[in-house]
Design a protein around this ligand. Structure first.
Ligand SMILES: Nc1nc2c(ncn2[C@@H]2O[C@H](COP(=O)(O)OP(=O)(O)O)[C@@H](O)[C@H]2O)c(=O)[nH]1
Ligand SMILES: [Mg+2]
Ligand SMILES: [Zn+2]
Length: 339
Protein backbone atom coordinates (compact mmCIF):
# COMPACT_ATOMS: atom_id res chain seq x y z
CA UNK A 1 0.00 0.00 0.00
CA UNK A 2 1.38 3.33 -1.08
CA UNK A 3 0.74 5.55 1.91
CA UNK A 4 1.95 9.10 1.29
CA UNK A 5 4.20 10.91 3.77
CA UNK A 6 2.45 12.29 6.88
CA UNK A 7 -0.79 10.49 6.01
CA UNK A 8 -2.62 7.80 7.96
CA UNK A 9 -3.83 4.32 7.10
CA UNK A 10 -7.43 3.56 8.03
CA UNK A 11 -9.97 0.85 7.35
CA UNK A 12 -13.64 1.55 6.70
CA UNK A 13 -15.75 -0.16 9.36
CA UNK A 14 -19.22 1.12 8.47
CA UNK A 15 -21.02 3.60 6.28
CA UNK A 16 -23.82 6.09 6.91
CA UNK A 17 -24.59 7.64 3.52
CA UNK A 18 -21.67 10.01 2.92
CA UNK A 19 -20.09 9.60 6.33
CA UNK A 20 -17.86 6.66 7.15
CA UNK A 21 -16.61 5.15 10.35
CA UNK A 22 -12.94 4.47 9.94
CA UNK A 23 -10.64 2.40 12.11
CA UNK A 24 -7.29 4.04 12.59
CA UNK A 25 -4.73 3.07 15.22
CA UNK A 26 -7.36 0.93 16.95
CA UNK A 27 -9.71 3.91 17.32
CA UNK A 28 -12.90 4.48 15.40
CA UNK A 29 -13.26 7.96 13.90
CA UNK A 30 -15.59 9.62 11.39
CA UNK A 31 -14.46 10.42 7.89
CA UNK A 32 -15.69 11.65 4.53
CA UNK A 33 -14.21 11.75 1.06
CA UNK A 34 -12.45 14.83 -0.24
CA UNK A 35 -13.79 17.04 -3.03
CA UNK A 36 -10.94 15.86 -5.23
CA UNK A 37 -12.00 12.29 -4.57
CA UNK A 38 -15.55 13.03 -5.75
CA UNK A 39 -14.21 14.85 -8.80
CA UNK A 40 -12.10 11.84 -9.77
CA UNK A 41 -14.69 9.17 -9.07
CA UNK A 42 -17.00 8.15 -11.87
CA UNK A 43 -18.59 5.00 -10.52
CA UNK A 44 -20.29 4.06 -7.33
CA UNK A 45 -17.76 1.31 -6.84
CA UNK A 46 -14.91 3.84 -6.71
CA UNK A 47 -16.22 5.10 -3.36
CA UNK A 48 -15.13 3.62 -0.04
CA UNK A 49 -16.87 0.48 1.18
CA UNK A 50 -16.72 -1.54 4.39
CA UNK A 51 -13.40 -3.36 4.53
CA UNK A 52 -11.52 -0.87 2.35
CA UNK A 53 -8.09 0.39 3.35
CA UNK A 54 -7.95 4.14 2.88
CA UNK A 55 -5.55 7.06 3.17
CA UNK A 56 -6.57 9.71 5.69
CA UNK A 57 -5.30 13.21 6.28
CA UNK A 58 -5.38 12.77 10.08
CA UNK A 59 -5.95 10.13 12.74
CA UNK A 60 -8.63 11.84 14.82
CA UNK A 61 -11.93 13.64 14.22
CA UNK A 62 -11.70 16.18 17.01
CA UNK A 63 -11.70 19.12 14.62
CA UNK A 64 -14.23 17.65 12.21
CA UNK A 65 -14.39 14.54 10.07
CA UNK A 66 -11.12 13.13 8.81
CA UNK A 67 -10.71 13.37 5.04
CA UNK A 68 -10.53 10.14 3.06
CA UNK A 69 -8.15 10.87 0.22
CA UNK A 70 -7.93 7.54 -1.54
CA UNK A 71 -9.02 3.93 -1.47
CA UNK A 72 -6.23 1.38 -1.78
CA UNK A 73 -6.50 -1.44 -4.27
CA UNK A 74 -8.94 -4.13 -3.13
CA UNK A 75 -7.59 -7.64 -2.65
CA UNK A 76 -11.04 -9.22 -2.91
CA UNK A 77 -14.33 -7.48 -3.70
CA UNK A 78 -17.77 -8.63 -2.80
CA UNK A 79 -20.07 -6.83 -5.24
CA UNK A 80 -23.69 -6.63 -6.14
CA UNK A 81 -24.83 -5.41 -9.51
CA UNK A 82 -27.83 -3.14 -9.60
CA UNK A 83 -30.03 -4.69 -12.27
CA UNK A 84 -31.66 -1.33 -13.05
CA UNK A 85 -28.67 0.87 -13.78
CA UNK A 86 -25.98 -1.78 -14.26
CA UNK A 87 -23.81 -0.10 -11.61
CA UNK A 88 -21.76 -2.20 -9.27
CA UNK A 89 -22.10 -1.67 -5.58
CA UNK A 90 -19.30 -2.88 -3.36
CA UNK A 91 -20.76 -4.68 -0.37
CA UNK A 92 -17.47 -5.42 1.34
CA UNK A 93 -13.82 -5.72 0.42
CA UNK A 94 -10.54 -7.31 1.46
CA UNK A 95 -12.31 -10.37 2.80
CA UNK A 96 -10.50 -13.65 3.28
CA UNK A 97 -13.48 -15.86 4.01
CA UNK A 98 -17.17 -15.48 3.32
CA UNK A 99 -19.19 -17.44 5.85
CA UNK A 100 -22.37 -18.38 4.03
CA UNK A 101 -24.94 -18.83 6.79
CA UNK A 102 -28.05 -20.89 6.26
CA UNK A 103 -30.28 -22.28 8.97
CA UNK A 104 -31.02 -25.96 9.23
CA UNK A 105 -34.69 -25.28 9.73
CA UNK A 106 -36.91 -22.78 7.87
CA UNK A 107 -34.29 -21.04 5.75
CA UNK A 108 -32.78 -24.25 4.32
CA UNK A 109 -32.64 -23.94 0.53
CA UNK A 110 -30.04 -25.65 -1.64
CA UNK A 111 -30.73 -23.51 -4.71
CA UNK A 112 -30.13 -20.33 -2.76
CA UNK A 113 -26.94 -21.83 -1.38
CA UNK A 114 -25.67 -22.42 -4.93
CA UNK A 115 -26.28 -18.77 -5.67
CA UNK A 116 -24.37 -17.64 -2.59
CA UNK A 117 -21.45 -19.92 -3.44
CA UNK A 118 -21.28 -18.45 -6.95
CA UNK A 119 -21.33 -14.89 -5.59
CA UNK A 120 -18.59 -15.76 -3.16
CA UNK A 121 -16.29 -17.28 -5.78
CA UNK A 122 -16.81 -14.17 -7.87
CA UNK A 123 -15.48 -12.06 -4.99
CA UNK A 124 -12.21 -13.93 -4.76
CA UNK A 125 -12.76 -14.88 -1.12
CA UNK A 126 -12.91 -18.45 0.20
CA UNK A 127 -16.43 -19.69 0.95
CA UNK A 128 -17.26 -21.59 4.14
CA UNK A 129 -20.76 -22.91 4.69
CA UNK A 130 -22.20 -22.37 8.16
CA UNK A 131 -25.37 -24.33 8.88
CA UNK A 132 -27.03 -22.69 11.86
CA UNK A 133 -29.69 -23.63 14.43
CA UNK A 134 -28.62 -27.26 14.58
CA UNK A 135 -30.65 -27.55 17.79
CA UNK A 136 -33.83 -27.03 15.79
CA UNK A 137 -33.09 -29.70 13.20
CA UNK A 138 -33.96 -33.36 13.44
CA UNK A 139 -32.45 -34.65 10.19
CA UNK A 140 -29.00 -33.06 10.19
CA UNK A 141 -27.33 -35.97 8.40
CA UNK A 142 -29.80 -35.83 5.54
CA UNK A 143 -29.48 -32.07 5.13
CA UNK A 144 -25.70 -32.26 5.38
CA UNK A 145 -25.65 -34.74 2.52
CA UNK A 146 -27.70 -32.38 0.38
CA UNK A 147 -25.30 -29.54 1.15
CA UNK A 148 -22.22 -31.66 0.47
CA UNK A 149 -23.55 -32.45 -2.97
CA UNK A 150 -23.42 -28.81 -4.04
CA UNK A 151 -20.30 -27.71 -2.16
CA UNK A 152 -17.41 -29.85 -3.28
CA UNK A 153 -14.19 -28.72 -1.64
CA UNK A 154 -15.86 -26.24 0.68
CA UNK A 155 -15.66 -26.47 4.49
CA UNK A 156 -19.01 -26.98 6.17
CA UNK A 157 -19.62 -26.02 9.81
CA UNK A 158 -22.68 -27.00 11.82
CA UNK A 159 -23.45 -24.62 14.65
CA UNK A 160 -25.93 -23.86 17.37
CA UNK A 161 -25.72 -21.13 19.97
CA UNK A 162 -26.48 -23.80 22.51
CA UNK A 163 -23.32 -25.72 21.66
CA UNK A 164 -20.09 -23.99 22.70
CA UNK A 165 -17.91 -26.44 20.83
CA UNK A 166 -19.57 -25.51 17.56
CA UNK A 167 -18.79 -21.83 18.16
CA UNK A 168 -15.16 -22.72 18.85
CA UNK A 169 -15.04 -24.35 15.44
CA UNK A 170 -16.02 -21.03 13.87
CA UNK A 171 -13.44 -19.20 16.00
CA UNK A 172 -10.66 -21.40 14.67
CA UNK A 173 -10.80 -19.45 11.38
CA UNK A 174 -10.27 -16.15 13.15
CA UNK A 175 -6.51 -15.74 13.03
CA UNK A 176 -4.69 -12.42 13.28
CA UNK A 177 -5.17 -10.32 10.14
CA UNK A 178 -7.98 -12.49 8.78
CA UNK A 179 -11.25 -10.84 7.71
CA UNK A 180 -14.46 -12.83 7.62
CA UNK A 181 -17.74 -11.59 6.19
CA UNK A 182 -21.00 -13.23 7.27
CA UNK A 183 -23.75 -13.40 4.66
CA UNK A 184 -27.12 -15.13 4.48
CA UNK A 185 -30.82 -14.44 4.85
CA UNK A 186 -32.14 -12.36 7.69
CA UNK A 187 -32.93 -14.35 10.81
CA UNK A 188 -30.54 -17.27 10.31
CA UNK A 189 -28.45 -16.23 13.32
CA UNK A 190 -25.48 -14.30 11.90
CA UNK A 191 -25.50 -11.58 14.55
CA UNK A 192 -26.08 -14.12 17.31
CA UNK A 193 -23.07 -16.08 16.10
CA UNK A 194 -20.89 -12.97 15.95
CA UNK A 195 -21.96 -12.00 19.48
CA UNK A 196 -20.90 -15.45 20.61
CA UNK A 197 -17.55 -15.03 18.87
CA UNK A 198 -17.03 -11.60 20.42
CA UNK A 199 -18.06 -12.99 23.78
CA UNK A 200 -20.44 -10.09 24.40
CA UNK A 201 -23.79 -8.86 23.11
CA UNK A 202 -22.44 -6.07 20.90
CA UNK A 203 -24.89 -6.66 18.07
CA UNK A 204 -28.66 -6.40 18.19
CA UNK A 205 -30.27 -9.69 17.29
CA UNK A 206 -33.76 -10.54 16.26
CA UNK A 207 -34.95 -11.67 19.70
CA UNK A 208 -38.23 -13.57 19.72
CA UNK A 209 -39.48 -12.03 22.92
CA UNK A 210 -39.81 -8.38 22.05
CA UNK A 211 -39.44 -8.18 18.29
CA UNK A 212 -41.82 -8.54 15.40
CA UNK A 213 -41.39 -11.67 13.39
CA UNK A 214 -39.17 -11.18 10.39
CA UNK A 215 -37.91 -7.77 11.42
CA UNK A 216 -34.46 -6.92 10.13
CA UNK A 217 -32.32 -6.15 13.12
CA UNK A 218 -28.99 -5.70 11.40
CA UNK A 219 -29.50 -2.69 9.19
CA UNK A 220 -26.05 -2.03 7.84
CA UNK A 221 -22.80 -3.77 7.11
CA UNK A 222 -20.56 -3.40 10.08
CA UNK A 223 -17.05 -4.46 11.01
CA UNK A 224 -15.77 -5.66 14.37
CA UNK A 225 -12.20 -6.23 15.46
CA UNK A 226 -11.44 -9.06 17.88
CA UNK A 227 -8.75 -8.98 20.55
CA UNK A 228 -6.48 -11.09 18.36
CA UNK A 229 -6.84 -8.53 15.52
CA UNK A 230 -9.02 -10.69 13.35
CA UNK A 231 -11.99 -8.94 11.81
CA UNK A 232 -15.62 -9.97 11.30
CA UNK A 233 -18.18 -8.18 9.14
CA UNK A 234 -21.89 -8.56 9.83
CA UNK A 235 -24.36 -7.89 7.03
CA UNK A 236 -28.13 -7.52 6.88
CA UNK A 237 -30.02 -10.10 4.82
CA UNK A 238 -29.59 -9.43 1.14
CA UNK A 239 -32.61 -10.18 -0.97
CA UNK A 240 -31.33 -10.09 -4.48
CA UNK A 241 -27.77 -11.06 -5.09
CA UNK A 242 -26.95 -10.94 -8.75
CA UNK A 243 -24.40 -13.32 -10.09
CA UNK A 244 -21.73 -12.82 -12.74
CA UNK A 245 -20.88 -15.80 -14.93
CA UNK A 246 -17.14 -15.80 -14.91
CA UNK A 247 -16.94 -18.09 -11.97
CA UNK A 248 -20.01 -20.26 -12.33
CA UNK A 249 -17.79 -23.15 -13.42
CA UNK A 250 -16.21 -23.18 -9.97
CA UNK A 251 -19.58 -23.49 -8.29
CA UNK A 252 -20.81 -26.08 -10.78
CA UNK A 253 -17.63 -28.09 -11.38
CA UNK A 254 -19.69 -31.24 -11.94
CA UNK A 255 -21.67 -29.61 -14.77
CA UNK A 256 -18.56 -28.02 -16.30
CA UNK A 257 -16.93 -31.47 -16.37
CA UNK A 258 -19.97 -33.09 -17.95
CA UNK A 259 -20.22 -30.41 -20.65
CA UNK A 260 -16.75 -31.31 -21.84
CA UNK A 261 -18.01 -34.82 -22.55
CA UNK A 262 -20.88 -33.82 -24.86
CA UNK A 263 -20.30 -34.89 -28.47
CA UNK A 264 -20.57 -31.32 -29.75
CA UNK A 265 -18.50 -28.61 -28.13
CA UNK A 266 -21.34 -26.11 -28.58
CA UNK A 267 -23.98 -28.55 -27.32
CA UNK A 268 -27.02 -26.76 -25.93
CA UNK A 269 -28.07 -29.91 -24.05
CA UNK A 270 -31.51 -29.83 -25.58
CA UNK A 271 -31.82 -32.13 -28.59
CA UNK A 272 -28.27 -33.00 -29.67
CA UNK A 273 -27.24 -36.66 -29.71
CA UNK A 274 -24.67 -37.98 -27.22
CA UNK A 275 -25.25 -35.19 -24.73
CA UNK A 276 -23.53 -35.95 -21.43
CA UNK A 277 -25.76 -33.57 -19.48
CA UNK A 278 -28.99 -35.14 -20.69
CA UNK A 279 -27.59 -38.61 -20.01
CA UNK A 280 -26.51 -37.63 -16.50
CA UNK A 281 -29.96 -36.24 -15.72
CA UNK A 282 -31.61 -39.36 -17.12
CA UNK A 283 -29.46 -41.78 -15.13
CA UNK A 284 -29.85 -39.68 -11.99
CA UNK A 285 -26.19 -38.72 -11.49
CA UNK A 286 -27.06 -35.03 -12.07
CA UNK A 287 -30.03 -33.55 -10.25
CA UNK A 288 -32.30 -31.82 -12.77
CA UNK A 289 -33.04 -29.02 -10.30
CA UNK A 290 -29.34 -28.33 -9.93
CA UNK A 291 -28.99 -28.13 -13.69
CA UNK A 292 -32.00 -25.80 -13.89
CA UNK A 293 -30.42 -23.61 -11.22
CA UNK A 294 -27.19 -23.47 -13.22
CA UNK A 295 -29.04 -22.47 -16.40
CA UNK A 296 -30.95 -19.79 -14.52
CA UNK A 297 -27.83 -18.24 -13.00
CA UNK A 298 -26.03 -18.36 -16.31
CA UNK A 299 -28.93 -16.66 -18.05
CA UNK A 300 -29.08 -14.03 -15.34
CA UNK A 301 -25.43 -13.15 -15.51
CA UNK A 302 -25.57 -12.96 -19.29
CA UNK A 303 -28.17 -10.20 -18.99
CA UNK A 304 -26.26 -8.44 -16.23
CA UNK A 305 -23.36 -7.68 -18.49
CA UNK A 306 -25.41 -6.27 -21.33
CA UNK A 307 -26.63 -2.75 -21.86
CA UNK A 308 -30.26 -1.95 -22.59
CA UNK A 309 -29.96 -2.25 -26.39
CA UNK A 310 -28.17 -5.58 -26.11
CA UNK A 311 -30.82 -6.92 -23.76
CA UNK A 312 -33.52 -6.06 -26.32
CA UNK A 313 -31.52 -7.84 -29.01
CA UNK A 314 -31.15 -10.91 -26.82
CA UNK A 315 -34.87 -10.97 -26.17
CA UNK A 316 -35.60 -10.85 -29.90
CA UNK A 317 -33.04 -13.57 -30.52
CA UNK A 318 -34.74 -15.71 -27.93
CA UNK A 319 -38.15 -15.13 -29.46
CA UNK A 320 -37.21 -15.57 -33.10
CA UNK A 321 -34.00 -17.53 -33.01
CA UNK A 322 -31.83 -14.70 -34.37
CA UNK A 323 -31.94 -11.07 -35.38
CA UNK A 324 -31.65 -12.06 -39.04
CA UNK A 325 -34.60 -14.34 -38.70
CA UNK A 326 -36.47 -11.54 -36.99
CA UNK A 327 -35.75 -9.23 -39.94
CA UNK A 328 -36.97 -11.87 -42.36
CA UNK A 329 -40.11 -12.32 -40.35
CA UNK A 330 -40.80 -8.61 -40.10
CA UNK A 331 -40.18 -8.16 -43.85
CA UNK A 332 -42.53 -11.00 -44.50
CA UNK A 333 -45.17 -9.40 -42.33
CA UNK A 334 -44.71 -6.03 -44.07
CA UNK A 335 -44.98 -7.60 -47.53
CA UNK A 336 -48.00 -9.50 -46.49
CA UNK A 337 -49.65 -6.28 -45.39
CA UNK A 338 -48.95 -4.68 -48.77
CA UNK A 339 -51.19 -7.01 -50.68
N1 LIG B 1 -32.69 -22.17 18.35
C1 LIG B 1 -31.73 -21.34 17.90
N2 LIG B 1 -32.02 -20.05 17.65
C2 LIG B 1 -31.04 -19.24 17.20
C3 LIG B 1 -29.72 -19.71 16.97
N3 LIG B 1 -28.99 -18.67 16.52
C4 LIG B 1 -29.82 -17.60 16.46
N4 LIG B 1 -31.05 -17.94 16.88
C5 LIG B 1 -32.23 -17.05 16.97
O1 LIG B 1 -32.62 -16.65 15.67
C6 LIG B 1 -33.10 -15.31 15.68
C7 LIG B 1 -32.40 -14.47 14.64
O2 LIG B 1 -31.05 -14.30 14.99
P1 LIG B 1 -30.14 -13.12 14.46
O3 LIG B 1 -28.76 -13.35 15.01
O4 LIG B 1 -30.73 -11.79 14.68
O5 LIG B 1 -30.14 -13.42 12.88
P2 LIG B 1 -29.49 -12.56 11.69
O6 LIG B 1 -30.61 -11.79 11.07
O7 LIG B 1 -28.93 -13.58 10.73
O8 LIG B 1 -28.43 -11.70 12.26
C8 LIG B 1 -32.94 -14.82 17.10
O9 LIG B 1 -34.15 -14.94 17.76
C9 LIG B 1 -31.91 -15.77 17.69
O10 LIG B 1 -32.05 -15.90 19.09
C10 LIG B 1 -29.44 -21.09 17.25
O11 LIG B 1 -28.34 -21.61 17.10
N5 LIG B 1 -30.49 -21.85 17.71
MG1 LIG C 1 -28.25 -9.66 12.05
ZN1 LIG D 1 -24.84 -31.58 -24.08
Amino acid sequence: MNLEKDKFLGRISSQYRDIYKVLVNEKEILGQVSGKFIYNSFNKEDYPAVGDYVQLDRDDDKAGNAIIEKVFERKTVFKRKNANNGQNEVLASNIDYVFICMSLNNDFNIRRLERYIAVCYESGAIPVIVLTKADLCEDITEKLMEVEEVSIGIDILIVSYKDKKSIEQVCSYLKEGVTICFIGSSGVGKSTLINNILGEDRLATNGLRNDDKGRHTTTRREMFVLDNKSVVIDTPGMRELSVDTKDLDKTFTDIAELEKMCKFSDCTHTNEPNCAIKEAIENGSLCSKRYASYVKLKEESKYLNLNFKEIEKEKIKKMFGSKKEYKNISRHIKNKNKY
